[in-house]
Design a protein around this ligand. Structure first.
Ligand code: PLP
Length: 445
């Protein structure tokens, strides 16, 4: 990874954001509530957003950006979509949280179960992290085993046991691990290379009787987009089932984005059966903090209050968040998925053309309409491949796009996200910014 210093940016590039960052840094570590927002990988001043509408964000200085983060996936319909806003307003007017069951959470659960065929029951939680943490606990409770297998470069939230060799912000910072994770907790995690079935066979041959679950991103999106190689998911199913371990398919990012039923809808059903548990988040909350894990009814039956695996949440199934998620999922019509395809391909094709014209090495990879641009030649099938790219070229590209009013994810290890509200004006704005950004990427500073 590059150790070049970030470009010098003055506060005058974004004076209101710079002032907010200074204030924030007094009371919030690093000035942010989630590390990747801090621009550490690209340098400069993170933009504090004041509002969003459709495909546009407006920062505290009043500057507008076409948004290619979409809140890291949830805003699939665009910002402040009228139907979602109406659902949220209606729900909020009836009260914010009851601490009792209510109908909206039932409707959201029904919608998820109806969409993803192997998911018979879900439990709603408040973040993707909670979903994977709970799925792992449940898998351990079900199998009576402790060891979990994950793949390098896959990110499953900031769960202790899953923070070994994770992607996303951890990839950005090139931390092998996190301080504060007990050795015992990491010691029950086996990290293997993604897309490497022989490595998984070997791990099961040695410790199969101890392995509770294999967790994988349905298609990796947190080291950049790295889809499973043909046969990889089938192999995961075959091996886990042969050894009595569960397969947890983490669809927090891909769920309801790659297709109406997530990446499963693109790749499944599988000859070797179905993943036992799934995790969801991002799109299913429509921008609100709600997420879920679910799967086989006989496994889910082990959860409290029915079974011995404890899991709970004061705000879980929140009626306002559930209304936002339901309205978002209901808004995800076939026309929405068609538009995501059109927009993502228009942008990716133009990126490829301009980077080629500027002789910048690049590879674009896909999972549904999720794509990412690796600043390197050649396909990426593992975390080692993903790390082998020119992050300083990305940094220059990113800042050129930002100064021209296009907000990319501030790291070379992320998917780019579009929404169905990205109209031709927004797409044209992105495309118009690309030639200068490609030239910047080609020009070492
Ligand atoms: C975002 C993400 C998570 C964590 O979700 P949070 O809501 O940020 O806790 C887990 N798994 C995957 C695949 C993700 O992309």
């Amino acid at each position: 990874m590059s150790s070049q210093p970030p470009p010098v940016q003055t506060a005058s590039d974004a004076p209101a954001s710079a002032a907010l960052l200074a204030r924030a840094s007094e009371v919030i570590p690093g000035g942010v509530n989630s590390p990747v927002r801090a621009f550490r990988a690209v340098g400069g001043t993170p933009r504090f957003m004041a509002s969003g509408s459709g495909p546009w964000l407006t920062d505290a200085d009043g500057k507008r950006y076409v948004d290619l983060i979409c809140s890291w996936g949830p805003m699939i319909l665009g910002h402040a979509h009228p139907d979602v806003l109406a659902a949220v307003t209606e729900a909020a007017a009836k009260g914010f949280s009851f601490g009792t069951p209510s109908e909206n959470e039932v409707r959201l659960a029904e919608e998820i179960v109806a969409r993803v065929e192997p998911v018979e029951q879900v439990r709603l939680v408040n973040s993707g992290t909670e979903a994977t943490m709970s799925a792992i606990r449940l898998a351990r409770g079900f199998t009576g085993r402790d060891v979990v297998v994950k793949f390098a470069g896959c990110y499953h939230g900031h769960v202790d046991a899953l923070l070994a060799s994770a992607g996303s912000g951890v990839a950005t910072f090139a931390l092998p691990d996190s301080a504060g994770v007990p050795r015992s907790s990491a010691g029950e995690t086996i990290v293997l290379p993604y897309n490497d079935l022989p490595a998984l066979e070997a791990a099961f041959a040695e410790r199969g009787h101890e392995i509770a679950a294999v967790i994988t991103e349905a298609a990796a999106g947190n080291m950049g987009v790295v889809p499973p190689a043909p046969g990889f998911t089938e192999g995961l199913l075959r091996i886990t089932k042969a050894h009595g371990a569960l397969l947890v398919s983490d669809e927090v990012m891909t769920g309801f984005r790659c297709s109406p039923s997530g990446f499963y809808g693109l790749e499944g059903p599988y000859a070797a059966g179905a993943p036992d548990l799934f995790t969801f988040g991002k799109v299913m909350g429509g921008g609100f903090p709600t997420a879920a894990f679910g799967g086989r009814a006989d496994v889910m039956a082990l959860l409290a209050p029915q079974g011995p695996v404890y899991q709970a949440g004061t705000l879980s199934g929140n009626p306002v968040a559930s209304a936002a998620g339901l309205a978002t999922l209901q808004g995800c019509t076939p026309a929405v998925y068609e538009r995501l395809d059109v927009v993502s391909h228009a942008i990716a094709d133009a990126v490829a053309a301009e980077l080629s014209a500027a002789s910048v090495p690049h590879t674009i990879q896909w999972a549904g309409s999720m794509f990412s641009v690796f600043f390197r030649d050649g396909a990426v099938s593992s975390y080692d491949d993903a790390k082998d790219q020119d992050t300083s070229a990305f940094r220059r590209f990113f800042h050129s796009m930002l100064s021209q009013g296009v907000h990319l994810p501030p790291s070379a290890f992320e998917s780019w996200f579009v929404s169905a509200s990205h109209d031709d004006e927004a797409v044209d704005h992105v495309i118009a910014a690309l030639p200068a950004a490609a030239r910047a990427a080609a020009t070492p500073d």
